[in-house]
Design a protein around this ligand. Structure first.
Ligand code: SF4
Ligand code: SF4
Length: 154
């Protein structure tokens, strides 16, 4: 596993949290890192600029590729959800049509863990939605529509 790229992603997430005013301890807790590593990262040590550039390329891919690459690089779903939750600056809405049959395919498709079946219907929480569109693409009845409602990058 190319760990240096995963480190680059954590670096980008740490810098973003720092910009948002988080303390080093909180950043370390959130990213599952020790405090000294966070300190080194934020001071530009222990990390090659090449790994940061590659990580930036990963974040600039479509959200689906960003999600799968991060999961592949970290090998950890919780870490993946955390990194995407910090670095994706878009918000999404979800519309579920009455044609939903409650099959649960979308629940399994959502790596961000945002979907559950309630009263035999799909219920999507958009709080941590990364916009990967996996639920929409996998729904056998085409009942899901995910839309970007805000993009803070623009
Ligand atoms: S995959 Fe489609 S039909 Fe199945 S529960 Fe999800 S929204 Fe409903
Ligand atoms: S687009 Fe769908 S599958 Fe992807 S994170 Fe959002 S709810 Fe989950």
């Amino acid at each position: 596993m190319p760990k240096h790229i995963a480190s680059g992603l954590k670096y980008l997430a740490a810098v973003k949290l720092r910009e948002q005013g988080y303390f080093q301890k909180d950043i370390a807790d959130r990213l599952g890192m020790d405090r000294s590593t966070v300190s080194h990262y934020l001071n530009g040590r222990n990390l090659s600029w090449g790994s940061i550039e590659v990580a930036e390329t990963v974040t600039s891919c479509c959200n689906r590729d960003f999600l799968y690459m991060t999961y592949s690089l970290t090998g950890d779903l919780d870490n993946t959800r955390t990194i995407l939750g910090i670095l994706i600056e878009q918000e999404f809405s979800a519309n579920v049509k009455d044609t939903c049959i409650g099959c649960g395919v979308c629940v399994d498709a959502c790596l961000m863990n945002n979907i559950e079946i309630v009263d035999l219907k799909c219920n999507i929480s958009t709080e941590g939605c990364c916009g990967c569109l996996e639920c929409q693409l996998n729904c056998p009845t085409n009942s899901i529509q995910i839309l970007e409602v805000q993009n803070l990058n623009k």
